[in-house]
Write a protein that binds this ligand. Structure first.
Ligand code: 4GP
Length: 814
């Protein structure tokens, strides 16, 4: 094993300033006098990357030469957030950077702000992948993140003058992107289409077209671990850049058609999360990155070998399938083993099944991808044959186990018309996990019940977590300092359970006051951030109440906005005494999938409630509502530390886990929430008395469905709810237009699939308890401290340790 080389640090601030100067001069081609903040950002990024380079090489060498199995995290999304501050922190260069850029005549904050946030993910699942690769590196576990370098990430969200969401492309690669190493010499060929023929008794795939997968490597530095892992994102290039003959015929568009077709594959991140629409391009993307990644792993672990012994492949690397998106990897590995390396079916199957594991991130059946077999047949004909054979083998295995015929049919991977990717993943891998206790239980009891009956040992749980480096240390430096002061050490950043040491301090009034002062200071900074970024004025002496996450009916932003409307109406008509009202500022942040009609209408409603409420002198100083545009990691890092009350109000049994809930608790917000996802575990840990619980639980939801749910009954029963819905229906938030929200209103009153109306009263009622507590700041803050102290479990380091123990069976490099 190579000796571990520490990142090339420490350097002095002067040396670091020289390194930045050198980058400016030789790489950027500008003088210090000419340099803008954007130039200095690029130069500093390259300088810090240089410091990580040796440790990256060492980690790669140890990964290949050592005896520790590596982890391959296959994910269509990695929602990384800005890189510079995180890289500086993990490389131990933050202080040098601050002093160096000041010496160059800049403010550190301006340099950090000059970075453009990459948005290569939709939401929870993509951000989780980013937290996981941070934790893997921090724990010293050899790992590769494998995904796609989309040319355009998640759309940028703006609102038009009517409050509607407008999506614009995210040109994140328009300027120099200093983090990735593009490596044209380690490319892979990925093929599509064509047909399968028999040659000498063997099946041979004759593809119709191919693209070139070129890796872009991002360094993933561990916090204080001296390890730097790799995030390898593939970009698609064409083998036929240019058709000169067509060009010479003046067919200019045709001349570049092959290039455009190939490059389209890595062009755009699909702007969908929970509702998946089958798209040919999406399947192309999935196969593209998975095929390139599997071939890459063989290249990495068996360098220069024509006939590698791939029976050892599962000992070299274990692949985690992050949701169903990479599941085509199962038939692809079978194909590689059989067609490219000549293994027999059974050997190939043993290797494949040992290699993969599957994480499910949803409970919504429609979010489990199902591909039409015609599409797979057209794009990947050899894979369809393999899938059919896997499906037959699976049926036979179930029959041997004595599973009933109709159950076997229900469990079919290949139905003739379609391929169910979640079923393929469950059968084709060693383990399946949900992402919170409740979710994993519901997977076993409901979503994948037959599978769990047939293969009980495959199923396990790993509750999600978040990285404390980004979401406490970088997002909330003031709280970080206070925690370190309270604990007398900063070791909590790599051992988050140490936060428990803060619990006794919840009884220490001096500490509680300091904690409250930190929150107030964070609110104050957010006021400035919001003014700069959104041009809005916020009163920092109001309660900051936040709901940020993707817009989806099951998450129930509707419930929150109806409660806001009801509060507004109550103050206006005097049923709520204005003098008793606790002043609140309500923040929403949410992107809706562009094709998701009701979600987009909800955004429009929130914007228009905001317009009406914020301009009404009758509620001034009592209630304000803001729909902040383009929720992203940067906004999360600024808003979460400033929040006092967090909303996790999904219908019980629908949110797989949530990770925002963890970030808020760790930053000292109290949660109002249902017994859903990881809320259940948060509440258990922080204490029921420190969590505002409301609403139906999973069993109550189920029995209400079973007995017949009639939302109109709830509308009639609670005058607050009736009034709120009537205001929406009556045009209060649409300048008198009664049709503007008619589809939303009709949905509430007749369908309300996620039972917003049924939970309204309980949600409205708990507000009094919340407000009563808020008027006793010491008591509120004691509870907030206990939330921080008891949320150490929700570190992604702990999640990774659980994966290592329960699923991957590997550990840190020696
Ligand atoms: C999300 C789930 O909705 C969320 O509950 C969970 O915390 C997160 O994954 C990470 O496990 N799902 C997605 C998706 O982002 O695209 O299905």
């Amino acid at each position: 094993m190579t000796e571990i080389t520490a990142p090339k640090s420490p350097v002095t601030a002067e040396q670091f300033a020289d390194e930045i100067r050198e980058q400016l001069k030789y790489a950027q081609g500008v003088t210090v006098e000419q340099a803008t903040a954007a130039d200095v950002y690029v130069a500093a990024a390259k300088a810090v990357r240089n410091h990580l380079q040796d440790a990256w090489f060492t980690t790669q060498a140890d990964t290949v030469n050592g005896n520790t199995k590596a982890v391959g995290y296959l994910s269509a999304e990695f929602l990384m957030g800005k890189q510079l501050e995180n890289a500086l922190l993990n490389a131990g260069l933050t202080d040098q950077f601050d002093a160096a850029v000041e010496a160059l005549g800049f403010q550190p904050k301006d340099i950090v702000d000059a970075e453009y946030e990459p948005g290569l993910g939709n939401g929870g699942l993509g951000r989780l992948a980013a937290c996981f690769i941070d934790s893997l590196a921090s724990l010293g576990v050899p790992a590769f993140g494998y995904g796609i370098q989309y040319r355009y990430g998640i759309f940028k969200q703006q609102f038009d003058e009517n409050g509607k969401q407008v999506e614009t492309p995210d040109y994140w690669l328009s300027n120099e992107e200093p983090w990735g190493h593009i490596d044209y010499n380690r490319d892979q060929k990925v093929s599509f289409g064509g047909e399968v023929v028999e040659e000498n008794g063997k099946k041979v795939w004759k593809p119709a077209w191919s693209v070139r997968a070129v890796p872009v490597d991002y360094l993933v530095p561990g916090y204080k671990s001296q390890r730097v892992n790799t995030l390898r994102l593939w970009t698609a290039r064409s083998y036929d850049e240019f058709d000169l003959l067509a060009f010479n015929r003046s067919e200019y568009m045709e001349a570049v058609e092959p290039k455009v077709k190939a490059e389209n594959i890595s062009k755009i991140l699909y702007p969908e999360d929970s509702t998946k629409v089958g798209k040919e391009l999406r399947l192309e993307q999935q196969y593209f990155f998975v095929s390139a990644s599997l071939h890459d792993a063989i290249r990495v672990f068996y360098p220069g070998q024509d006939k590698p012994d791939l029976t050892t492949f599962p000992d070299k690397i274990t692949f985690q399938l992050n949701d169903t998106h990479p599941v085509i990897g199962i038939p692809e590995l079978m194909r590689i083993l059989i067609d490219e390396y000549g293994y027999d079916w059974d050997t190939a199957w043993t290797i494949t099944q040992k290699t993969f594991n599957y994480t499910c991130h949803t409970l919504l059946p429609e979010a489990l991808e199902v591909w039409p077999s015609s599409l797979i047949g057209e794009l990947l004909p050899r894979h369809l044959e393999i899938i059919e054979k896997i499906s037959d083998q699976f049926k036979a295995e179930l029959k041997d186990k004595g599973v009933a015929e109709n159950t076997i049919n229900d469990m079919a991977i290949y139905t003739g018309d379609a391929v169910r990717m979640a079923y393929l993943a469950t059968y084709g891998g060693s383990h399946v996990n949900g992402v919170a206790e409740l979710h994993s239980q519901l997977l076993k009891d409901v979503t994948l019940k037959n599978f769990s009956d047939a293969y009980p040992d495959k199923f396990t749980n790993v509750t999600n977590g978040v990285t404390p480096r980004r979401f406490i240390k970088l997002a909330n430096p003031a709280l970080s300092d206070l925690i370190t002061e309270g604990l007398g050490t900063d070791k909590w950043l790599s051992d988050l359970e140490l936060l428990q040491g803060l619990a006794p301090l919840a009884q220490d009034d001096e500490f509680v006051k300091k904690f409250a002062a930190v929150k107030q200071a964070n609110k104050h900074s957010f006021v400035g951030f919001a003014k700069d970024h959104y041009g809005i004025d916020i009163d920092e002496n109001t309660m900051f109440n936040t709901m940020v996450k993707r817009l989806h009916e099951y998450k129930r932003q509707s419930l929150k906005i109806l409660a806001v409307i009801s509060r507004y109406a109550g103050i206006k008509n005097g049923t709520i005494n204005a003098d008793d009202v606790l002043p609140r500022t309500v923040f929403f942040g949410a992107k809706a999938a562009p094709g998701y009609y009701l979600a987009k209408m909800t955004i429009q409603l929130i914007n228009n409630v905001s317009r009406v409420v914020n301009n009404d002198p009758d509620v001034k100083g009592k209630l304000a509502v803001h729909m902040l545009p383009n929720y992203n990691i940067e906004m999360a890092q600024n808003l979460i530390p400033a929040t006092e009350l967090d909303e996790q109000i999904s219908q019980a049994g629908k949110e797989a886990s949530g990770t925002g809930n963890m970030k808020f608790a760790l930053n000292g917000a109290l949660t109002v929430g249902t017994l859903d996802g990881a809320n259940v575990e948060i509440r258990e840990r922080v204490g029921a008395e420190n969590f505002f619980l409301f609403g139906m639980n999973v069993d109550e939801v189920e029995s209400l469905y079973a007995t017949g749910y009639d939302p109109a009954k709830y509308y009639e029963a609670d005058p607050r709810l009736k009034q709120a819905i009537d205001l929406v229906a009556g045009g209060t938030f649409s300048e008198g237009d009664r049709n503007a929200y008619a589809p939303l209103v009709a949905d509430w009153l007749t369908k309300d699939w996620f039972m917003t109306l049924a939970d309204f009263s309980s949600y409205a009622n708990i507000q009094a308890q919340i407000e009563e507590l808020y008027t006793h700041p010491l008591d509120w803050n004691r509870k907030a401290i206990l939330n921080v102290a008891n949320s150490g479990f929700f570190s992604s380091d702990r999640s990774i340790e659980d994966y290592l123990e329960r699923i991957w069976h590997t550990g840190p490099l020696a």
